[in-house]
Structure formats: structure tokens, C-alpha cells
Ligand binder design. Sequence first.
Ligand SMILES: Nc1nc2c(c(=O)[nH]1)N[C@H]1C(S)=C(S)[C@@H](COP(=O)(O)OP(=O)(O)OC[C@H]3O[C@@H](n4cnc5c(=O)[nH]c(N)nc54)[C@H](O)[C@@H]3O)O[C@H]1N2
Ligand SMILES: Nc1nc2c(c(=O)[nH]1)N[C@H]1C(S)=C(S)[C@@H](COP(=O)(O)OP(=O)(O)OC[C@H]3O[C@@H](n4cnc5c(=O)[nH]c(N)nc54)[C@H](O)[C@@H]3O)O[C@H]1N2
Ligand code: SF4
Ligand SMILES: [Mo]
Length: 676
Amino acid sequence: MQQIRTVCAHDCPDMCSLVASVENGKVVRVQGDPDHPYTAGFACGKVNRDAELVHSPERLTTPLRRTGPKGSGQFEPITWDEALDEIATRWKAVIAESGPLAILGYAYSAHQGLMNRGLVNGLFHALGTSRLQGGTVCDTCCEAAWDATIGPIGGADPESVVDSDLVISWGADLMATNVHFWTLAEAQRKKRGVKIVVIDPRRSRTAQSADWHLPIRIGTDAALALGIMHVLVRDGLVDRAYVAAHTVGFDRVEKEILPRFAPDRVAEITGLTVADVERLASMYGRSKAALIRLGEGMTRLTWGGQALRAVALLPGVSGHYGKRGGGAVLLTAASCDLNYAAVRKPSGPASARMVNHLRLGEALLTMNDPPLRALYISANNPAVTNPDVHKIRKGLAREDLFTVVHDPFLNATARYADIVLPATTYLETEDLFRAYGAYWMQWSQAVVPPQGEARSNVAVAQALAQRMGLTDAVFGESPRQIAERLLDGATGPAGKADKAKLFASEPISIVHDIVGQPFATPSRKLEFFSPDMEKAGLSGLPDWTPDPVEATDGKRWPLRLLTAPGYFQAHTAFSAVGALRKREGAPICVLHPEEAAKRGLADGQKVRLFNDKGEIGLVVRVVDEVRPGVVLVPGQRPDEEAVAGTINMLVSDRYTDMGEGATYQSTWLDVAAWAA
Ligand SMILES: Nc1nc2c(c(=O)[nH]1)N[C@H]1C(S)=C(S)[C@@H](COP(=O)(O)OP(=O)(O)OC[C@H]3O[C@@H](n4cnc5c(=O)[nH]c(N)nc54)[C@H](O)[C@@H]3O)O[C@H]1N2
Ligand SMILES: Nc1nc2c(c(=O)[nH]1)N[C@H]1C(S)=C(S)[C@@H](COP(=O)(O)OP(=O)(O)OC[C@H]3O[C@@H](n4cnc5c(=O)[nH]c(N)nc54)[C@H](O)[C@@H]3O)O[C@H]1N2
Ligand code: SF4
Ligand SMILES: [Mo]
């Protein structure tokens, strides 16, 4: 048995170092690397099963050509040469007739390697096609809010929690999405009595295991953060020296905003008690170095940006941004400065028409001058995970659209493709990684050769580039050579990485050796007042106001959608692992007993979830894990696993206040018994 060190490429902040055991050319086991300080010897419950992902009987083994109607999943095997020739011929014809803007490359994050993710974008950049405004389904809202407040720079090092005296998980289910941070935080609790507080509308597993859970009403986090600030001011707990030296605009927040956020009003807005608001403010104000893990959960709704901005300002009031172990962390990748353009923008025009990731359906149905005629989808599954799935599927069903999907599996999106290409999984690729939720960089080796006829994202991007006549060097180089380009011109700790150690797959720490959060806003300070926000037509100061559209929808429909990650599924990336599907259980929704009783529904029964967009079928769990007025749907499970349909059929493609992101949770609906 051979043991090979590699890196987890799934879309996850932890970026674990892994040890794969290989026997007779097969992965038999994947475990966490005991020699990586943050991975600390364990992988999550999903990746422990990645041997089954690599060797799943559901893997695609050859390229396929469509033989039936779009969406039917009827295909015949073809050779790689036939597939690549057909793609190149079709693309050249589209470019000749309509220009390159009629093509869209739609590649996303299921392989976090910088080359397997970046070079596909590089291909379409060089071809001058329409460009993907990527990540709006995920983190552009929280990122825009963070950037407007702190600047485009990473947050606190999660490993600095060893110096924290309070941990707040605000809008994140750490045991699902950030398990290595959870484990480290929990160790501080055992060792030093550090308290862990969870602010989440769901009594998640993290909330259950924490010292204190505040079941906040969805979309009211800004009000709670402003309520805490109100109490800090009232009780003289503001770090005035820090505010004066490192922030701008707090005087205006104090005068114009905070008087409206006294604890009694905040309690009314958030659904918490006045005593809870007081206790949280006092706990936070009296701690010396509180670390807030900001979750994306609070931003998946219309005013998500304002929510994140308000919470991210708190450590400025308490001065904790200046302390080791204090501050906030959302993402860290912006502090890893590599020469990304070498991979993502090898050549091509400086600008091109943009297509918003979450509005693929809209773009396919309405874009003109020229309309989109060819689509290349890689490493994401929009027919399930995008909002307004009906619109996506209608767009994908267009007979005059030439669609290629590159994926290890025949996912829901691939069923609409004209050509399907079999992709490797990450354990069959080599790549360079840097975490987005920690300060580590690592080179990974392939653990087994490509299975069947599968090819990596890099290999396919290069093969298509060559057929399309692109001559940029990156389209002819090995991954190792391309990695050297990424490192050329890198600055900061990443630029100083010891290459011998890096390419020997040793984990490289890229944490910046400074105490205190640096700010990269235009003022180089923490911006309580953001002139850029005001220029964009938003409130320049943090605030909370009810949204008129939400208020109208909330009057028409009795329940609001709460979405949360699966514990043994991450979107659809592990759908093909039978053991994990079973662990996760049948696709469910969760209703409070009061709401179930009103509708005469019993635990375990099939139910219909419906609104103006349509209806889907799930199994209901009746438990007080959420408050009345809410229906929780964990994960985004594909249609064939559910009673009927998939949750994003009920979600609109409306944008968030910042970053043009997805508003899954600004969805109202009702639930009733399933009528066959
Ligand atoms: N209702 C609701 N919807 C959501 C969310 C929510 O909270 N609620 N969350 C949103 C978020 S945060 C995100 S990021 C998106 C995620 O949504 P997607 O980006 O669609 O992610 P997955 O469903 O995991 O699909 C990943 C696909 O990539 C494939 N894949 C894996 N590895 C490789 C590889 O190396 N190469 C290629 N070519 N393919 C590969 C997998 O088999 C799978 O089919 O979903 C969003 N959708
Ligand atoms: N197991 C697992 N791990 C994953 C994923 C997965 O699907 N499954 N997805 C991966 C991806 S692509 C991403 S982007 C990250 C995201 O990871 P996180 O940043 O942790 O964000 P979410 O998973 O969206 O956070 C969801 C949590 O926010 C809570 N929440 C929802 N609305 C609100 C609100 O209004 N206020 C507050 N305070 N809380 C709210 C939900 O109840 C839920 O517990 O996780 C990654 N890791
Ligand atoms: S915790 Fe995240 S990085 Fe670690 S093995 Fe699981 S999915 Fe991969
Ligand atoms: Mo995401």
C-alpha cells in the first residue's frame, strides 16, 4: 500500500492536506494529514468517503454525444477526437457568424486548484468570448460588503483563535462548513473555558454544541449588530483610542443610526429577547479578544450586504481588530498575492460582455446582439444549484444552443448537453492550492491516473485552445510549469515560499506576520461610513430597514425559506456517493410543530412546497429546530432524490443589495400535504 500526500480540492474554506492510501492503482482510503497543523489529522465526513467518489460506478468513462431530446439524458459514446473536433468546428462557425461574444464559458469552483479552476477561464478570456461574472451564486455579496468595509484583504487567521477569549459563529454552521475551525475553537473551550456563541435562525449542530445559541430571525443581523453597538456606546465600552486611530465615520453612526437601535426595538426586529441583546452586548464588550467567524448564510438575501457590513464593523467598536485572537474572518484568499493573470488572463481583450453567474437562465433566454449560441459548463451544476431553476432549464433546452458539459458525472445540467466530456476528480490531478478560509498554500500530486478516459480541466482547456489556434504558452505547458508562472511576481508570504518544499507537497504557511487587521479601503481605515457605498446608491452608513418587496411577499405567503448546507452533501458535488446520500437522508424540509399542526402535517409525511414559481415535493420533519414562520430546506438535492423537483425551482433570480448575488432566502412559500 502506497501513501500519497495530496490536497482536498472541494469548495471548502479548510483546504485540508490529505493522505491517500493507494493499492493496485485504486484509492482505498483518504484521511486527514497528521502533519498539517490546521488539518490536524482528520478529514470531514464527506471526504473520508472520497475513495468512493473516485471509483463510483456512476463516473462517466467516455465522451458522449446527445441522441435524444435535450434533458432526456440519451447519449452515445464517442472518441475524444470526435468530441474535440466537433466542439472546435461548432465554435469556429459561431465565431465566424456571430463573433466570439456568442460563446460563454461557465466554469466554477468544484476544483479549487488554481490551474484546474483558472485555466478554463483563461481559455475563454483568450478567445474573447462573453465572460462569466462568477460566484454570484455564492460569495460576491459578502465579498462586496467586506471589501467596502475592511477592503480587499483577508481577515483574521482562524488559527489565532488560540488567543481569543470569545468565539462568535455568526451565520455559519461550522460543524458543516468549517469543521477544522470548529475543532480548534472547541479545544479552546475545553482548555481555557472560551465561550462559543452561535447566531443562526436554525438550531444547527453547531448551535446545539455551542455555549449559547441565539435563534435570530432571518435577515435581521444588521439590527442586532447595531443594537450591540448601541449598548457599547451607552455603557462606555467603546475603545475610543482604536476608533480614533483606525476608523472613519463612527461619529456619524453614533449620532444618526444608533439611537434607533435600542435593545427593545432590536428585540422586536430580531425576535430575540431584550435580555439576550443586553447579555450578548455585555459579553462582547467585556471580552478582550473576541473572534467573529462571519458566515455567508446571513448574506443570501436581499439586504445581505448590509447585514455583513454591520457585523464586520463590530470589532472596530470594541477595538478587537487590533488584538491577536480578536477581529473577524470571512475569507482569507485576498491576502495571497499570486500572479493569477498568467492563468486566468493569458491574452484576450481587456473587457468583454459580462454574464451574471446566477442569471444564466435569463441570459440564455433574452441576451441579444449577439444571443448566446454556445455554452461550455465545467465544475458546476446550475440546473440544480442556481436560483430560478425553471428558467435555467428552459434556456438549456433551446435547440439552437450548442452546449458542452465537462464533469465526472452525468449531473442534471449534463443531461441538457450536446456533448458531455468525462472529467477527472481532483485525486487524478496535480495542482497548486491556497485556502480561502485559512493561511496555507500547498502543491498536490495526482494520487491515481485518470479513470476511464477522463481528462482534467487543464488538459481539456489546453486541447481546446490548441484546436482553436491559441498560442499562449500556458496552453502547452505542464501544470508544474504553469505553477511557476503563478509564483513569478507573487508578493508577501506566498512570494517567499520555499519552492523546493512547496513542490515536495509540504504545507506552506502564508500567514502575514502582523498583529491587528490591516485595512485596504480607500481611506486605509475601517469604514463605518463608506463613500463608495453611497456612490452606489446605498446607505453609506450601516443600517437596517425592512425591504418593501419582502414585506409584500411576506404578507401573501406564510413561510420564509431558510437554506443551509448539508452535513454529508455539499451542493451536488457528492451526489454520486451512495453512502453519503444515505447518511444525509432523504431530501427534507423542516417545520416548527406549530406550523405543522396548523396544516395537519405529521413528521415523515410527504409535502408540497409551493409559491408563484411552482411546486416541489419533499418529506417534512416536524421539530422546533427553526421558529414558526420559517421552512428550512437543507442542501440542494437533485430531483431524482426528492419526492419531486428541487428547491431552487421556488427561488427568484433577484439580486442582493451588494455584489449582485443570489437571494435564496428572500423566498416566501407555503407547505401543504402532498397530493399525488
Ligand atoms: N438554495 C440554495 N442554493 C444554493 C446555495 C444555497 O445556500 N441555497 N448555495 C450556493 C453556493 S454557496 C454555491 S458555491 C453553489 C454551488 O453550486 P455548484 O457550483 O453547481 O456546485 P456543485 O453542485 O457542487 O456542482 C459541482 C459539479 O462539479 C463537478 N466536478 C467536481 N470536480 C470536478 C472537476 O475537477 N472538474 C469538473 N469539470 N467538474 C468537477 C461535480 O461532479 C458537480 O457536478 O450553489 C449555490 N446554490
Ligand atoms: N458540508 C458542507 N460544507 C460546505 C458546503 C456544503 O454545501 N456542505 N458548501 C461550501 C460552500 S460552496 C460555501 S460558499 C461555504 C459556505 O459556508 P458558510 O460561510 O458557513 O455559509 P452557509 O453555509 O451559507 O451558512 C449557512 C448558515 O447560515 C445560517 N443563516 C441563514 N440565514 C441567516 C441569517 O439571516 N442570519 C444568520 N445569522 N444566519 C443565517 C443558516 O441557518 C446556516 O446554518 O461552505 C462550503 N462548505
Ligand atoms: S473539511 Fe473541507 S477541505 Fe477538509 S476534507 Fe472536508 S471538504 Fe475537504
Ligand atoms: Mo459557495
